[in-house]
Design a binder for this molecule. Sequence first.
Ligand code: TXA
Ligand code: MG
Length: 325
Amino acid sequence: MNDTRSKITPATEDSIARAGEIIRAGGLVGLPTETVYGLAADATRPEAVAKIYAAKGRPRFNPLIAHIAALDDAPRLALVSGAGQALIERFWPGPLTLVLPFRPGATVCELARAGLDSVALRMPSHKIARAVIEAAGVPVSAPSANRSGRISATSAADVASELGGSVDLVLDAGQTKIGVESTIVSLLGDKPTLLRAGGLPRAEIEAVLGRPLALAGADDTAPRAPGMMTSHYAPATPVRLEAVEVAADEALLAFGAFRPAGIAQAQAVLNLSAAGDPVEAAANLYRSLRQLDALGARCIAVAPVPEAGLGEAINDRLKRAAAPR
Ligand code: TXA
Ligand code: MG
């Protein structure tokens, strides 16, 4: 543990430059972003990208998001349609990932795309993330820095405990602000499709597009994200949702002012947001799940969370955390 914790370094000008060098040299860096911490490698080098799949235990059919530091990089890597351009202008840099047709011959390697002829692009708003990508001088593949299927990392310590043995350096910029992954929209078909609810609420995207987003997998023509496995974000402790009562050997993840029956006897109680604010709840989600998981309770009971705003992303993650493993 000592060994892996010693890889955590405060993000400074020096450590950012070192992170860029490590990525250029084919290594792995734990990278803070505004959503969650990423496990970053050079997206143009298959041998570097292979280390991501190995470190996470991630199936190779599940493509990675290529992170860029400048708006100009998008048309270099992908074919950007009118709708894509409108979303980029309004929401980048920020927690929106766009799946676009890959520009033939562009530098993101085939392994990073899992062999697809599309590419997922994201320009993070986190200054340190962008500074590292700039220092690396290449597009950066960065999945969430957790073992495949487990809870995402929202702090440098989470990255070290999930992947400490395999990263070369973890830049520490504190707890991530948004707390759930980016929203993913596919612009491959003729209808823009929501592949993953995330840190940018769906309604904001629909307002720019002037139409509702199609839902992934709603019919045979709607694209899907290969990585949206039913079981994901899972603590070791079983999770049950929509809890209106809680038992003495259970831990409770509460939301707002609602007090499930038996709350006084629960083994532990954490509230995602006592004020009932979905933005605050998203920021607390993964850390709270990790904390309750560490208690060894029989079950984590989760109180109902409304769907509005970031609630959609929170409920998506909770459903996967509760899904049969
Ligand atoms: O907020 C985030 O997006 C974080 C931070 C680190 O940037 N990254 C992240 O990456 O969540 P990851 O790998 O955990 O999730 C990426 C998702 C996966 O479900 C993957 O299947 C999907 O994006 N994806 C990537 N490329 C795709 C493509 N070409 N077509 C469809 N889905 C794609
Ligand atoms: Mg992930």
